[in-house]
Design a protein around this ligand. Structure first.
Ligand SMILES: O=C(CO)[C@@H](O)[C@H](O)[C@H](O)[C@H](O)COP(=O)(O)O
Ligand SMILES: [Zn+2]
Length: 198
């Protein structure tokens, strides 16, 4: 019984990935171009999200700054989810809603990219980060699900929206992680040329 339930999770996740391959390949390619344009122009990538999406933000920054599958110089990326002193000071002195926006205001430069991750598209601190990014002239790559929530309407025409066509947070997160790996692969491919990973 339990094994069947577990197998169903695998099948559901795999089904969604098949569906999403068609729907998301274009916006993911657009996001890769936005990242490349920023990095080659001396820009950097800021990444934020809550809960599992905070883990995704850190996972992505580690693969940019360290490496993905191939050796290359580190790429500039900062997860805004990691410094407990910054996070607690901003939450305590201002509001939890400001924990990412204040960091975007402090660290973001025109031409940088903000990757904003929210499965619902409705996390107030992620929305505030997007508004701060626009004020600082950053391009936003939004990873969402469930239609994109409030984030969908907060984006500018020049931003990229990668919206997973599903309602369940866990399934959406699984596609977000695949999307972030696709972005690492695409950026490495564009920077380093053709070569299959070992
Ligand atoms: O990982 C999970 C659920 O799978 C949770 O930690 C989840 O990320 C948290 O509930 C987040 O606060 C949800 O925020 P969001 O994706 O709606 O922006
Ligand atoms: Zn989770």
């Amino acid at each position: 019984m339990l094994e069947q339930r577990i197998q169903r999770q695998f099948f559901d996740s795999a089904d969604l990935k098949y569906q999403a391959a068609e729907a998301l390949s274009r916006p993911i390619a657009d996001a890769a171009q936005a990242l490349l344009g920023s990095l080659t122009g001396g820009g950097k990538v800021l990444v934020c999200g809550n809960g599992g999406s905070a883990a995704d933000a850190q996972h992505f920054a580690a693969e940019f700054v360290g490496r993905f599958e191939r050796e290359r110089p580190g790429l500039a990326a900062i997860a805004l989810t990691t410094d407990s002193s910054i996070l607690t000071a901003i939450a305590n002195d201002y509001a939890y809603e400001q924990v990412y926006a204040k960091q975007v205001q402090a660290l973001g430069q025109p031409g940088d990219v903000l990757i904003a991750i929210s499965t619902s598209g409705n996390s107030a601190n992620v929305l505030a980060a997007v508004r701060a990014a626009h004020e600082r002239e950053l391009t936003v790559i939004a990873l969402t699900g469930r239609g994109g929530g409030a984030l969908a309407t907060a984006l500018a025409d020049t931003d990229v929206h990668i919206c997973v066509p599903h309602e369940r947070t866990a399934r959406i997160q699984e596609v977000h992680l695949l999307t972030l790996h696709c972005l690492c692969d695409a950026v490495d491919h564009q920077l380093l040329g053709e070569q299959d990973p070992a």
